[in-house]
Design a protein around this ligand. Sequence first.
Ligand code: DP6
Length: 330
Amino acid sequence: MEVTASTNIALIKYWGKSSLRLNFPAVGSLSLTLREFTTKTSICLSEDGKDHFVLNHKPMDPLEKVRVEALLKAVPEKKRVPIRFLSSNNFPTASGLASSASAGAAAVLAVNYFFQLNWSFSRLLMLALKFSGSAPRSLSGGFVSLEPDSARRKIKIHPLASPLDTLVRVVVVRCGEGPKEVLSRDAMELSKKSSPYYPAWVSTHRADLRRLKRALARGEWDELFSVMEHNTLKMHALTLTSQPPVMYWTPATLAVIRLIREKRSQGWLGGFTMDAGPHVKIFTDAETAEKWADAAGALPGVTGVLIASPGGPPRITIEGKEWEWDGFPN
Ligand code: DP6
């Protein structure tokens, strides 16, 4: 059996946890699932009686393995058999696209189907969340919000309809190579503990989410860009004001941002967001995406450009039969 899940990019960021044990987010988030960038995960019975964990055709490193092993703890002992867990991404690790989102969504569904567990929707959400805070969003296609209910320690995800949902494209501009300076998991904890702006991030976050949802519902590009950029710059202000500071940007990052501001003043459609790394993601439409790719690709320090379009929910294949996962409760 095999599950294919797409990764996602957040327009409104998750940054900070209220519980490390549950990996429970302190704020909501809103993302777009991307069609072209996927994780494929398959599970089969292990013939030598031991578990094997493979990522991109190599044994997983301990940090990757620990998340899958934690997930397997949720399988009842009487159903637990040794497995071969094989996962691969169709996009490069340093591409600026988060692989933990698609990996988490694919892993949770693969375990659910392989062990025939029939987990409820809310259980799947919580297990995906524990794997990675951005993973539950990859259980849905298109635009999706993730809303935490801190009092009940539950999350909800909502697919969001928008007139922009077929028009939107994301130009991923790589602004450097190599592993990131600090993992997002560590950097967000550092922000919480040491940035004086962390309380303001949390208290102003709900308003950003509300504004972005309204912009999406109305199909308002300018408002979408305005709130998306404000939210990502606040997140980066947190990392810069942590102690010690975390600086994800390279000179190319700033050059791309300046290009966006300049071209936008000349009428080009586009706005940016950035995750825990130097790469810039430009939200735009299909017509303008190629122009952004050419202009950004020509800047010094830019190491690659990819164009992505909106994607659907995960796909499941069991015994040659393939279908789109639709586990949302009615
Ligand atoms: C900047 O989901 O990778 O991409 O829950 O610790 O695994 P963990 O973090 P992760 O963090 C994502 C941070 C972000 C913003 C976002 O995707 O919302």
